[in-house]
Design a protein around this ligand. Structure first.
Ligand SMILES: NC(=O)c1ccc[n+]([C@@H]2O[C@H](COP(=O)([O-])OP(=O)(O)OC[C@H]3O[C@@H](n4cnc5c(N)ncnc54)[C@H](O)[C@@H]3O)[C@@H](O)[C@H]2O)c1
Length: 253
């Protein structure tokens, strides 16, 4: 028996690097997956590639009603939600704290923080009735320490940890576990965008600079994050609640 047989998962940020790898792994382990992202074209292609265990809905998770909409879609399609992977996120452009615009700060908070709260808010009543569930939110090493020119991202990812810890306290007794994943640099578009801000003309040089700051001297792979998400989604982590799980090659040390 696979680790997610008869389970239904919602994955936000599903067409991004970590989201795609996790969607594929969850399906390989027997889950039905509702893919959520704001990019409809990529969603359609991903759902096709993943086959009949995948369905999708376009949603901008920074909008209150669109969170409600994807939760309802999961219930309408599958009648249950066992795993909620709140993974959509943006990194913004590295900017000194005093130069961040109000608009950019608000966007960061809406996508990275408010969406995590709303995803929990609309899924938890169902999971509480069901008496089970695993919620996983993608924070970051930036949720554990400061980062020069990263004030709004760092604040948003610290807030994710706060939401996870509080939810874990509130719903643990109802059979629901809530955990965060805190990656270091992972090889996705997000890290490529970061390379561009270091040296647009010489990405290889930018990569070397970033990798030199990682104790394991390489980026993580999305598939490695997906394996941690699978562990937290499955019964293998049955007593792990409110945990902050770094996957960063040692960066946070
Ligand atoms: N890649 C890294 O180095 C790294 C490190 C630490 C944390 N993270 C976190 O991992 C998560 C996944 O990122 P990734 O690395 O796969 O990057 P990615 O850019 O490949 O994926 C992010 C996904 O989120 C989606 N998204 C963004 N805004 C959205 C919105 N308003 N509504 C719906 N979907 C939206 C994007 O369309 C994209 O598919 C993010 O929360 C990110 O902050 C990434």
């Amino acid at each position: 028996m696979s680790r997610l047989t008869n389970k239904v998962a919602i994955i936000t940020g599903a067409t991004g690097g970590i989201g795609m790898a996790t969607s594929a792994l969850f399906i390989a382990e027997g889950a039905k997956v509702l893919l959520v992202d704001k990019d409809e074209v990529k969603l359609e292609k991903l759902a096709q590639d993943l086959g009949e265990s995948a369905s999708f809905i376009r949603a901008d998770v920074s909008k209150q009603d669109e969170n409600q909409k994807y939760v309802q879609a999961a219930l309408d399609t599958y009648g249950q939600i066992d795993v909620l992977f709140l993974n959509a996120g943006i990194a913004g452009i590295p900017t000194p704290l005093w130069d961040i615009s109000e608009e950019d700060f608000d966007l960061m908070m809406n996508v990275n923080v408010k969406a995590v709260w709303l995803g929990m808010k609309y899924t938890l009543p169902f999971m509480m009735r069901q008496g089970s569930g695993s919620i996983i939110a993608t924070s970051s090493v930036a949720g554990l320490k400061g980062q020069v020119r990263g004030a709004s991202y760092v604040a948003s990812k610290h807030a994710v940890v706060g939401l996870v810890k509080t939810a874990a306290l509130e719903v643990g007794k109802m059979g629901i576990r809530v955990n965060s994943i805190n990656p270091g640099p992972i090889e996705t578009n997000m890290v490529r965008d970061l390379e561009d801000t270091i040296s647009r003309s010489d990405r290889e040089k930018a990569r070397k600079i970033l990798e030199s700051n990682i104790p394991m001297k390489r980026y993580g792979r999305p598939e490695e994050v997906a394996k941690l998400a699978l562990f937290l989604a499955s019964e293998e982590s049955s007593f792990i609640n409110g945990g902050v799980h770094t996957i960063d090659g040692g960066v946070s040390c």
